[in-house]
Write a protein that binds this ligand. Structure first.
Ligand code: F6P
Length: 367
C-alpha cells in the first residue's frame, strides 16, 4: 500500500497487547520525529483498538510526549481484549462479539488519519495486516518482553525483562545459599524461553528449563542431588512459564474467553518445586516473578532501540511504505512485511550459542 509522503498529514498511534518497557520511548520517538522532521500531526488512540472503535483519543502535543522516555508502561493505555474484527459487547446481559471494523474506519476518517503506527506483538500485528488490506495504511513496531516475534533479532522490552529477572535470581541466590534450599524461579515468555535462558545464564542458574527443550524430571532431580552430594547445598532452577515435562503438557493458569490469545500460562514453578522436593527430599521453594518483569523503566539498551524503532517507523510513513514492521537485523534497523513477521513465532534453537556455552559450564537443561 503506497501513499505519497505529502499525502500524510496526520497519523494515529496506539499500543496494543501486554505493556512493555520502552513503549513510551517509541511513542516519543514517533511523535517527535513526526512533528520535528515531517510536520505530521500525531493522534493518540487510547487503550488500543478499544479506543479506536469507541472513538477515544486525542491529538498529542509536544508536551504530551516530552519527559516520557524513561517511564514504564504506556501513556496511551493498552488492551489485549479488543480485536476490532471480534469486538466484545454486552447484549441482554450476555457477552457477544461483533465485527467493528466499519466503525473503526469511520473513526479514522473522522479523526482525519492518513495512516497509523501500531506498537504491539503478534496479535496487534495480525490485526494490522488485516487493516492494511481494508485500506488503512499501517506501520508496525514490534514490542514484547518475550522476544518471540519473528523477523527481528530483538524486541524492545526484552532486555529490561532480562535485567529484572537476573536481579531476582541474584537476590534469590543469596537466600538459597543461606538456607541450603532448592529455589525455583518462574519467568514469563509464553511459548518461548528467551527470558529464562538469558537471565538464567546471566544469573548463574544451575538448571534452566525452557519450552523448546521438554524436561525430564529425573534429570532435574539428579542435578540437585548431585550438587547436594558434592557440598553445594543449594540449587537455582530458572523455569520459563511455557516449559513442560517430556510427555507432559503446559501449565495453564487461566483461560480468558474474551481475549484473542486466551491462554495464560503460569504455575509450572509451583508444580516443579513440589515434585523436586518430593523426589529429592531437599527443601524446595518457588517464586513466580509475574508482571514484575513487565514493569519499571527501560534499560539503556531498550531506550536506544525503542528510539531507533520509532524514528524508523516515521521514515516508513514518510516514504509511504505501509504494511511493514520495523525490525533489527544485526546492527541495522530495517523493515519487513508485517504478514511475514506474524507468520511464525521465533523460538530458541536447541543449539543456541548460549545453550552450548551454559552446557559446557555444567548447567542442566533437563534433557
Ligand atoms: O506477552 C507478554 C506476556 O507478559 C507473557 O510473557 C505472559 O505470558 C503474558 O503476557 C501475560 O499476559 P497478561 O498480562 O494478560 O496476564
Amino acid at each position: 500500500m503506497a501513499r505519497r509522503a505529502a499525502a500524510v498529514r496526520r497519523i494515529g498511534i496506539l499500543t496494543g497487547g501486554g505493556d512493555c518497557p520502552g513503549l513510551n520511548a517509541v511513542i516519543r520517538a514517533v511523535a517527535k520525529t513526526a512533528m520535528n522532521v515531517h510536520g505530521i500531526e500525531v493522534f493518540g488512540i487510547r487503550d488500543a483498538f478499544r479506543g479506536f472503535v469507541e472513538g477515544d483519543g486525542k491529538l498529542l502535543g509536544y508536551g504530551d510526549v516530552s519527559g516520557i522516555l524513561t517511564q514504564g508502561g504506556t501513556i496511551l493505555g493498552t488492551s489485549n481484549k479488543h480485536n476490532p474484527f471480534h469486538f466484545p459487547a454486552e447484549r441482554g446481559g450476555k457477552k457477544v462479539f461483533r465485527d467493528m471494523t466499519r466503525t473503526l474506519l469511520a473513526n479514522a476518517r473522522r479523526w482525519r488519519l492518513d495512516a497509523c503506527v501500531l506498537l504491539g506483538g503478534d496479535g496487534t500485528m495480525n490485526i494490522g495486516t488485516k487493516l492494511t488490506a481494508l485500506g488503512l495504511p499501517v506501520v508496525g513496531v514490534p514490542k514484547t518482553i518475550d522476544n518471540d516475534l519473528a523477523e527481528t533479532d530483538v524486541t524492545f522490552g526484552y532486555d529490561t525483562a532480562v535485567a529484572c529477572v537476573t536481579d531476582a535470581v541474584d537476590r534469590i541466590h543469596s537466600t538459597a545459599m543461606s538456607h541450603h534450599r532448592v529455589m525455583v524461579i518462574e519467568t514469563m515468555g509464553r511459548y518461548a524461553g528467551w527470558i529464562a535462558l538469558k537471565a538464567g545464564v546471566a544469573g548463574g542458574g544451575d538448571i534452566i528449563l525452557i519450552p523448546e527443550i521438554p524436561y525430564d524430571l529425573a534429570k532435574v532431580v539428579e542435578k540437585v542431588r548431585e550438587r547436594s552430594r558434592t557440598g553445594r547445598r543449594f540449587s537455582i532452577v530458572v523455569v520459563a512459564e511455557g516449559a513442560k515435562p517430556k510427555k507432559g503438557s503446559l501449565t495453564v493458569e487461566r483461560v480468558l474467553t474474551d481475549s484473542h490469545d486466551p491462554i495464560r500460562l503460569g504455575g509450572v514453578g509451583a508444580k516443579l518445586a513440589s515434585e523436586i522436593e518430593k523426589a529429592s527430599g531437599l527443601e524446595t521453594r518457588y517464586t513466580i516473578l509475574g508482571h514484575l518483569q513487565r514493569g519499571g523503566c527501560p534499560t539503556a539498551y531498550d531506550r536506544a532501540l525503542a528510539t531507533r524503532f520509532g524514528y524508523h517507523a516515521m521514515e516508513l510513513v514518510a516514504a509511504g511504505r505501509f504494511g511493514r514492521m520495523v525490525c533489527l537485523k544485526g546492527d541495522t534497523i530495517t523493515s519487513v512485511p508485517i504478514a511475514k513477521a506474524v507468520a511464525r513465532l521465533k523460538l530458541v534453537p536447541r543449539n543456541h550459542p548460549l545453550i552450548r556455552a551454559a552446557k559446557a559450564l555444567g548447567t542442566c537443561f533437563g534433557a
